[in-house]
Design a protein around this ligand. Structure first.
Ligand code: ADP
Ligand code: MG
Ligand code: ZN
Length: 474
């Protein structure tokens, strides 16, 4: 029996406002526990929340960027449940009248484009955090995060594989970063996702029973967790067992999921309109103002990189996945570096050396990379030496010119100086020299390699070849 995988994602994007959604407390990450709190975000009775305008604007931005309807009249609702990180006993969220309605974004997997529907995007507050003591049997409550603004982005169950789910997640991640509304830091939990997944026999219209994988904070975890869950559900269905609708927690170390609780339904939360907050009304003018000021988005930037810089699609996709990388690339090119050369270097050397770190933490400024690439272009240093120099730059942040001077790495382009070494190498390897003279021209690689070794990679490679040809002709 063949099954089809069905996946829908709920993404939580933490907004990068300076203050919380309903009070003036700071949203800075990593402060001492409970230092960024006030009666409102502590959930004291009798306080009145005041909505942060920037949260509304961020939601409008994201709604417009994802081709969604903006609901000019929307409303906050209380989602009632008890948990120690939620002193109010309810989360202020949106329910039947969310700020953003239906829309869609386009993803691409294996060269195949596909449109994924968005059901809704709503504003809500985050809860606090529980810290479970490793030694003593106690738990601590930190309410700094309580009241941090979130956008919850709910997709249609339109994805058919873990790959599609990850592509969708990456696209949404790129969009919130392009819009500048969320820092996208997955390790710190600023961008996290719950994945709903079910299987159904191929051809069946009705959706199968789903499970929900909670709070995954890396693309890799999402991929692994979904692959695991596809296998688990498939095995169960083949054994004739029924899938229980439940919430699962993914353990990235053990690479398996464990049950957290049976899945609750909306009616369990006793949603009702929040009486402390007036409904949100958004003017047409405000929406148009936001639309006018939307930045260039990933798809448009990718298109422009292909046309303006004549980059292959592969390069354009890679460079525009992260807006900071795209900006970095453009700054290097603005210094006069050939686009394809800048692209090659960023895609291979730079992204590899960054090892997944944010490019904003990179010690090499675009201007410095440009000057390194210019040195290669002008034959001041060889491409090989440039890689070593770049490694140094990544560690020290020094200018390439300074490193080249300090380490004496200037390329040797003095014909006389190189010829002396070339002659020496030919004399030391008479057999190979004869081979070459007898037509085995492939042996040239060996000779140039020897020269590079003797000059520690500093010989001008173009000259090296010519000099050997000349010397071997005798
Ligand atoms: P809840 O509010 O309980 O989280 P929703 O109905 O809002 O549930 O759906 C949450 C997410 O689950 C959405 O992204 C939706 O597309 C997805 N989803 C719903 N039913 C299924 C299913 N049978 N299989 C896979 N995904 C589903
Ligand atoms: Mg849910
Ligand atoms: Zn507060």
């Amino acid at each position: 029996m063949e099954f089809e995988t069905v996946i829908g994602l709920e993404i939580h994007a933490q907004l990068n406002t300076n203050t919380k959604i309903f009070c003036g407390c700071s949203t800075t990450f990593g402060a001492p526990p409970n230092s960024h709190t006030c009666p409102i975000c502590l959930g004291m009775p009798g306080v009145l929340p005041v909505l942060n305008k920037q949260v509304v604007e961020s939601a409008i931005k994201l709604g417009l960027a994802t081709n969604c309807v903006i609901n000019r009249f929307n409303q906050f609702a209380r989602k009632n449940y008890f948990y120690p990180d939620l002193p109010k006993g309810y989360q202020t969220s949106q329910f039947d009248l969310p700020i953003v309605g239906e829309g869609d974004i386009e993803i691409e997997v294996d060269g195949q484009k596909k449109v994924i529907g968005i059901t809704r995007i709503h504003m809500e507050e985050d809860a606090g955090k529980l810290i479970h003591d490793d030694v003593d049997p106690v738990s601590h409550v930190d309410l700094n995060r309580s009241g941090t603004p979130l956008l919850e982005i709910v997709s249609e169950p339109d994805m058919r594989s873990p790959e599609e789910a990850v592509a969708y997640l990456k696209k949404m991640h790129a969009i919130v970063r392009y819009l500048g509304i969320c820092d996208g830091n997955m390790q710190e939990g600023s961008f996290r996702c719950d994945a709903n997944i079910s299987l159904r026999p191929v051809g069946q219209e009705e959706l199968g029973t789903r499970t929900e994988l909670k709070n995954m904070n890396s693309f890799r975890h999402v991929q692994h967790a979904l692959e695991y869950e596809v296998r688990r559900q498939r095995d169960m269905l083949l054994e004739g067992e029924t899938i229980v609708q439940e919430t699962l927690l993914w353990d990235p170390d053990k690479r398996c999921s464990e049950s957290m609780r049976s899945k609750e339904d909306a009616h369990d939360y006793r949603y009702f309109p929040c009486p402390d907050l007036v409904p949100v009304e958004i003017s047409e003018e405000w929406i148009e103002e936001v639309r006018k000021n939307l930045p260039e988005l990933p798809d448009e930037k990718k298109q422009r990189f292909e046309t303006d810089y004549k980059l292959p699609e592969y390069d354009a996709v890679l460079l525009t996945a992260d807006v900071a990388v795209a900006n970095y690339f453009e700054e290097v090119v603005a210094e006069g570096v050939v686009a394809k050369k800048a692209s090659n270097w960023i895609m291979t050397e730079l992204l590899r050396e960054l090892k997944g770190d944010d490019i904003s933490s990179c010690k090499v400024a675009p201007l410095q990379l440009a000057s390194l690439l210019t040195m290669v272009d002008k034959n001041t240093i060889s491409g090989k030496i440039a890689k070593t120099v770049f490694g140094d730059m990544m560690e020290s942040g020094k200018d390439p010119g300074q490193i080249v001077k300090e380490k004496n790495l200037l390329q040797v382009s003095d014909a006389g100086e190189l010829m002396a070494i070339v002659t020496e190498i030919i004399e030391a390897n008479p057999a190979q020299a004869d081979d070459f003279r007898n037509g085995k021209t492939k042996i040239m690689g060996f000779f140039v390699g020897q020269l590079m070794q003797k000059t520690k990679g500093k010989a001008n490679p173009k000259m090296a070849n010519d000099l050997f040809v000349k010397a071997l002709a005798n």
